[in-house]
Design a protein around this ligand. Structure first.
Ligand SMILES: NC(=O)c1ccc[n+]([C@@H]2O[C@H](COP(=O)([O-])OP(=O)(O)OC[C@H]3O[C@@H](n4cnc5c(N)ncnc54)[C@H](OP(=O)(O)O)[C@@H]3O)[C@@H](O)[C@H]2O)c1
Length: 278
């Protein structure tokens, strides 16, 4: 598996499997199928309520823990130094492991500075191999980077052909934070899987829309974690590192960027209120 070198030297797979909206009852089966397909990076979160399913599938796989790269995220209700510290231990228990490979702050709301301090401590105590953030737009990201001891290794952001995070990436390069995409296939929105540009590029390589869209991101050095509950799609989404898009096709796909979210607006107070109540 191709890897990315994080700013603390940790090697992270560039391709993994995400379990947002995977029913907790179905999660163990899905992750087992993903492991069977070859995925070793698994992305979950406290707010997905399916960390137990991930932990059970990893344990039952019989594969050494060191071969996996497990990611989880601290939710807003667990923000603040003490609560976050307790929630990290709870996540470890649910995941049936002594450490996670990457721990993120899920959203830039609540006492996230306190959360970050708890994460720095967990990092120093060996409970976490890398720490970072998610949904930290340029303003919050730059602010955080200036006032923490350990620079975030990852910022997990909505990133796909329609939202390529070009502005944020300039700042992330400055502080050496790696971009990790959420919803790399735009969760199917905007008629994504029938997009004519992606279809015609795919035809040239005998690849599907999903495959060229995911390959585009990895060629742009973005980590991807496509989600599917179907094993054949997990396989399709995994078979993306055996071909190379031409510079011309990369340029065409760069032009598909709309420069804004297709889901949510983190600057909208109504959205902020809704997510705090989630
Ligand atoms: N940090 C955050 O705030 C945040 C937010 C959102 C997501 N995430 C993470 O990012 C991961 C991926 O994002 P996502 O789940 O939102 O969206 P996504 O991976 O872009 O798309 C998933 C959707 O596409 C369908 N699909 C998957 N592969 C397909 C294929 N080859 N052909 C056709 N349809 C396909 C899936 O349906 P089926 O399942 O029915 O196959 C599902 O509806 C999440 O699971 C989660 O781990 C993080």
């Amino acid at each position: 598996m191709q890897t990315v070198n994080l700013n603390n030297g940790v090697e992270m797979p560039i391709l993994g499997y995400g379990v947002f909206l995977v029913d907790p009852k179905e999660c163990e089966r899905c992750v087992t199928d993903a492991i069977d397909t070859g995925y070793r990076l698994i992305d979950t979160a406290q707010a997905y309520y399916n960390e137990e399913g991930v932990g059970a599938a990893v344990k039952k796989s019989g594969i050494n823990r060191e071969e996996f790269f497990l990611v989880t995220k601290v939710w807003i209700t667990n923000s603040g130094e003490e609560k976050a510290a307790r929630s990290i231990d709870e996540s470890l228990k649910k995941l049936q492991t002594d450490y996670v490979d990457l721990l993120l702050i899920h959203q830039p709301f609540g006492d996230y500075y306190g959360t970050y301090r708890a994460m720095e401590k967990a990092y120093k105590d060996g409970k976490v191999r890398a720490i970072g953030v998610s949904n930290f737009f340029p303003d919050r990201y730059v602010d955080l980077c200036n006032f923490v001891e350990i620079k975030p290794m990852i910022n997990q952001m909505e990133t796909h052909v329609f939202q390529q995070q070009k502005v944020l990436r300039e700042y992330m390069n400055k502080f050496e934070t790696q971009l990790m995409s959420w919803s790399p296939m735009a969760r199917g929105e905007n008629n994504f899987f029938n997009n004519e540009i992606l279809k015609s590029i795919g035809t040239k390589y005998n690849k599907t829309v999903a495959q060229v869209a995911l390959r585009f991101l990895t060629q742009e050095n973005v980590i991807v974690i496509p989600k599917s509950t179907h094993k054949e799609r997990m396989k399709e989404n995994f078979e993306i590192l055996d071909f190379e898009l031409s510079n011309e096709d990369i340029e065409t796909m760069r032009k598909m960027d709309k420069g804004s979210s297709i889901f949510v607006n983190h600057y909208d107070p109504e959205f902020v209120q809704a997510i705090i109540n989630y």
